[in-house]
Structures are given as structure tokens and as C-alpha cells.
Write a protein that binds this ligand. Structure first.
Ligand SMILES: [Zn+2]
Ligand SMILES: [Zn+2]
Length: 374
């Protein structure tokens, strides 16, 4: 999976080209790599399969949209949901949170919708219910989604003779397409419903309550089954995908379930030790003990005070990175005290500092000797 080629690259097209262009390119490449024409070329079959796979995704508006937006995981999401299993993808969360088996409807359903919502880190830690206005379409009440004026019926499509599909292409590539006249329904509307103009659906602004679980991370997508666009008559509506974005916090960063925070401390605190209270994203402030002799950039770990675990289980830890801060402005009094301290150090260098300078002097003396010796 590491080096999967981009579908657009495989089909040798630019992102954003129209369906016709995709189809043309697919046909050309499928001909080129067809196993029947490539006897003895061991790569051909793989290429042929690759081209087919890319086309399967890009020809489908829905899949293509998801691929453009999320890349391969977007495609695997629907596959995962279809198979009601799969592991390792962040999209497994669909199954965990909504509907268990992830029972995605057959293709006879409405289009899926995607929206984004921005929350802050504290909301991600606690979990939150968001009300989101979703512009979607709803099945028309007057005609129950049929699009026909009440009392009237659809008539058989003349273009496809009610088959809903037409065959196109020549040679060994005959592609069955949805009939352009009836959109694959096999029927057309002679007397359209006034309320929806024959579409069978009406646009609505629906307020949807989205339960965002505690511990959710930036980039997680939640699926709300049935909150997408209305389906064709009697078909199920599509799904709504809510992409969660988590706003950057000025003090706390996230690493998996751990939270990381950088805290400055002074020479005096480092030398003597101290204790302080650190305000936290959730819960009471954390009591931090600075042990005497703490070095700069050392990390103090506070177990269980990170982010909650989205899948249950133990929460992450809080990692406090202690940054020793050198004072920039000194009062006269501080200056005197630091001078006094320095005089003391000059006369009685600390063991570590002393041994460092001994070691580095010896090192250079040693290498100078060895050059001489040659
Ligand atoms: Zn209607
Ligand atoms: Zn037709």
C-alpha cells in the first residue's frame, strides 16, 4: 500500500477532467494493457487490473468525490463499511459509532454528503454534541418521491425501451451505461409533480445533531447513516460524513492520546526544586513536582491526564516538557546574587562542569598528540 499510484496518474489524466475524458483514457489504456494483446508481458495483467480499478473509482461520482477529498482511505471507507469489517483504518470509527454492522445501503441510495466541523481541543477531550445545519434534499411529500403528479404514473422510456441501460462502444469493449434519457430508471414522467417539479425531492436545511465522542482526533470522519441526499423513489437516502477538525491549542499539543505541554522553569527552581499547578484542558489543575536538579527539556509524565481513549481503555498521559529559562532582565539584586554565585562556581567548579572541561581538554590534547606521532 506504501507506493500506490494515484488513480489519475494511472489513467494518465488531470484531476478535474470530465467523465468523457476519463472514459476515453480508460478505453485507450485498457486496450493497451489487455492481457489478450500482451501475451508474454508479465506486467500487463497488473497494469490492466490497475487501470480497471482506477476507472471503477473515478467513473463513480460518489467514490471519485471521496477519493479527491480523502485519497485511498476515502475509498476504503466505503469498502470497509460494505464488508462491515476491516481493520486499521480511521474510518473503522463508522462501524464503532453508528449502526454496528455499518450496513451501507445498496447503490439504489441517494448521494452521500460531506461537511466539516471545527471544534477545539477541550471539546475533543470532553466530547460534544453539535447541531449542524445540513443543506440536503428530502423526498417530496406530495408525490412520495415518485416525481409524478398525484394520481398519474410514469411511462416506459422510449430510448431504452424500459431497460434503463444502453450499450455503447465497439469491439470487445461494450460498455453498458445508464440510459441518458431516463437516468437508468427505465421510465419517464409525463405529468410531473408540481411541488418538486418532477424531481421527487425538495431542498431543505436540516438541523442534524452530531454526537462527537470524547477523544476524537483531528481528521476523524463520522458517518451519519441516512442524512445524505434523498434517494431515488423508494431508495434510501445517502449518508452524511462529518469530518472533524480540531483547532490548534496555544499550549497543548496532541500525540496520539498523549498531551504535550512545554513549561518554563527558572534556575532557582531547577536547583532547589519546586512544585507548581498546571491548568489542564479537562479536570482539575495538575500538581507538578519539580525535583531539585531537574535538567532543561526533561519530561515529567503525569499518567492518565492526556486525552480520553476514543475506543475506550485507558486515557493517554500528560507529558510536560520542562524548559529551563535563562533570565533576560535582571534586577540589581538578582545581578548581585548571580555574581556571587558565579564567584563561588569559579572557585569551586561543580563536578560535572569540571569533568566536562577536563574531558574536552584531554580529547584535543590526545588528538594533537596522535597527529604528531604520525
Ligand atoms: Zn413531488
Ligand atoms: Zn431510458
Amino acid at each position: 500500500m506504501a507506493n500506490r499510484r494515484c488513480y489519475y496518474e494511472i489513467l494518465e489524466i488531470e484531476k478535474g477532467v470530465d467523465d468523457e475524458k476519463i472514459k476515453l483514457s480508460f478505453r485507450k489504456l485498457a486496450m493497451q494493457w489487455h492481457p489478450d494483446r500482451n501475451a508474454g508481458n508479465p506486467d500487463a495483467e497488473a497494469r490492466f487490473r490497475e487501470v480497471n480499478e482506477a476507472y471503477e473509482v473515478l467513473r463513480d461520482q460518489d467514490k471519485r468525490k471521496r477519493y479527491d477529498r480523502y485519497g485511498f482511505p476515502g475509498i476504503e471507507a466505503s469498502e470497509t463499511a460494505d464488508r462491515s469489517g476491516g481493520q486499521g483504518s480511521i474510518f473503522d470509527i463508522f462501524n464503532d459509532l453508528f449502526g454496528g454492522s455499518g450496513g451501507r445501503q445498496q447503490r439504489n441510495s441517494g448521494e452521500d454528503l460531506q461537511i466539516e466541523t471545527l471544534i477545539d481541543l477541550a471539546e475533543a477531550a470532553k466530547g460534544i454534541t453539535r447541531k449542524i445545519k445540513v443543506p440536503r434534499s428530502e423526498s417530496c411529500g406530495d408525490c412520495s418521491g415518485s416525481g409524478c403528479k398525484p394520481g398519474s404514473k410514469k411511462t416506459k422510456c422510449r430510448k431504452c425501451d424500459g431497460q434503463g441501460a444502453v450499450l455503447q462502444g465497439q469491439g470487445f469493449f461494450r460498455i453498458q451505461r445508464a440510459c441518458p434519457a431516463c437516468g437508468g430508471a427505465g421510465q419517464t414522467i409525463a405529468d410531473p409533480c408540481k411541488n418538486c417539479g418532477g424531481k421527487g425531492t425538495r431542498p431543505v436545511q436540516q438541523e442534524v445533531e452530531v454526537k462527537i465522542p470524547a477523544g476524537v482526533d483531528d481528521g476523524v470522519t463520522l458517518r451519519l447513516t441516512g442524512y445524505g441526499e434523498a434517494g431515488p423513489a423508494r431508495g434510501a437516502p445517502g449518508d452524511l460524513y462529518v469530518l472533524i477538525r480540531v483547532r490548534k491549542h496555544p499550549f497543548y499539543q496532541r500525540n496520539g492520546t498523549d498531551l504535550i505541554c512545554e513549561v518554563p522553569f527558572s534556575f532557582a527552581q531547577a536547583a532547589l526544586g519546586d512544585s507548581l499547578e498546571l491548568p489542564c484542558i479537562i479536570g482539575d489543575p495538575v500538581k507538578l513536582n519539580i525535583p531539585a536538579g531537574l535538567q532543561s527539556m526533561e519530561v515529567l509524565r503525569v499518567p492518565g491526564r492526556g486525552m480520553p481513549n476514543l475506543r475506550g481503555g485507558r486515557p493517554g498521559d500528560l507529558l510536560v516538557q520542562m524548559r529551563l529559562e535563562t533570565p533576560r532582565k535582571l534586577t540589581t539584586k538578582q545581578q548581585e546574587l548571580f555574581k556571587e554565585l558565579k564567584d563561588l562556581e569559579d572557585n569551586h567548579p561543580q563536578s560535572q562542569t569540571k569533568s566536562f572541561f577536563e574531558k574536552i581538554r584531554n580529547f584535543f590534547a590526545g588528538s594533537a598528540d596522535s597527529t604528531k606521532a604520525e
